[in-house]
Design a protein around this ligand. Structure first.
Ligand code: SF4
Ligand code: ZN
Length: 324
């Protein structure tokens, strides 16, 4: 069978882009990949000259590819990149992820800092779940993990003087989140995830998602074409039923409408534009608090007097009888 050639040169095409049928060889795939990422950075003004970017790197495909691609764009932005990994303490899973995260940081030639739940909060995620199970009705693993990981990523980013914290959330993740919030009747939550970093607090490192317009399929291909090894094993706790249902709906819908993800993200961006145009302080404050509270225990931004992480940490330490 004759392999069709790339739409931009005579090399054989390695991929046909589903939404516009553009045929791309490996070289033109890579340049289109970086171009879209650059466009995303420009669109939301994600980077400024001299930024110190902490990249959250788990060892999975999104973060491994993000680090590689950011290094390729780094010179243009005159930024510095540092890799950060959070060891949650999930036996049989995190050890493997750490191995790939270390390999990626070494390949990129960047400083790599590793923070663990055990050192910071006094217990691994596995032990926390076991202890909580014995004492009370607990929430799903991802609820505790998410709260601690967000906090620790922020602390780690602060410790290396980062001005931005980049994560590998891709277009599929972002579109799923928009739909999840919509189906839960919580559109305000979507408005709070405006890709232009707006929330300000002296202890908070602004988050950026350079892959907002890059699909999961493109990330897998980029890793493959550029020989980037990554952890393929999913976390054993990854059974977020609601997101799985939305993912299935979207996968099915994309078969007939390949640009569905982009339509959802375009709708979300229109909502952000509308919300940003509202000149009413009360309404704006409901979306992004202009005077955020500060946790009395740790000083991080918090919706209540004490942040969720401090409340859970206190519970763990009292169960293990470790002083705060
Ligand atoms: Fe943590 Fe859940 Fe992600 Fe596993 S799937 S790393 S428990 S948030
Ligand atoms: Zn706190």
């Amino acid at each position: 069978m004759k392999i069709p050639s790339c739409s931009q040169c005579n090399r054989p095409a390695a991929w046909v882009r589903p939404w516009d049928k553009e045929r791309l060889c490996v070289m033109h795939f890579n340049s289109a990949f970086l171009k879209r990422m650059q466009k995303t950075i420009n669109k939301y003004r994600l980077l400024e000259r001299n930024d110190i970017i902490a990249v959250g790197i788990s060892g999975g495909k999104d973060s491994v590819v993000l680090l590689d691609a950011l290094m390729k764009l780094q010179k243009r932005h005159e930024t510095k990149v540092i890799a950060i990994t959070i060891d949650e303490g999930i036996k049989g899973y995190r050890e493997d992820g750490l191995k790939y995260a270390k390999m990626a940081a070494e390949r990129a030639g960047v400083e790599h800092v590793i923070y663990s739940f055990e050192d910071r909060f006094g217990s691994t995620l596995d032990n926390t779940l076991t202890m909580l199970e014995q004492n009370e009705k607990r929430l799903g693993a991802c609820s505790y993990c998410g709260i601690f990981r967000r906090k620790l990523l922020n602390e780690a980013a602060r410790s290396v003087n980062a001005t931005k914290l980049a994560t590998g959330h891709n277009a599929d993740d972002e579109a799923q989140t928009v739909l999840m919030n919509l189906f839960r009747g919580d559109i305000l939550k979507t408005l709070r995830s405006d890709p232009v970093p707006k929330f300000k607090h002296p202890m908070f490192v602004p988050r950026i998602k350079p892959f907002r317009w890059t699909t999961e399929q493109e990330i897998v291909l980029y890793a493959h074409f550029n020989n980037l090894p990554y952890q393929e094993m999913p976390c054993p706790n990854a059974v977020e039923a609601h997101r799985g249902t939305i993912r299935d709906i979207l996968t099915q819908y994309k078969e007939s409408t390949p640009d569905a993800l982009f339509s959802i993200l375009t709708s979300a961006d229109k909502l952000f534009d509308l919300a940003n145009a509202v000149a009413d302080n009360e309404i704006s404050n409901r979306i992004i608090p202009m005077n955020p509270k500060t946790c009395v225990s740790c000083g991080d931004p918090s919706a209540k007097e004490r942040c969720k992480a401090c409340l859970i940490e206190e519970k763990i330490r009292s169960m293990k009888q470790i002083p705060l």
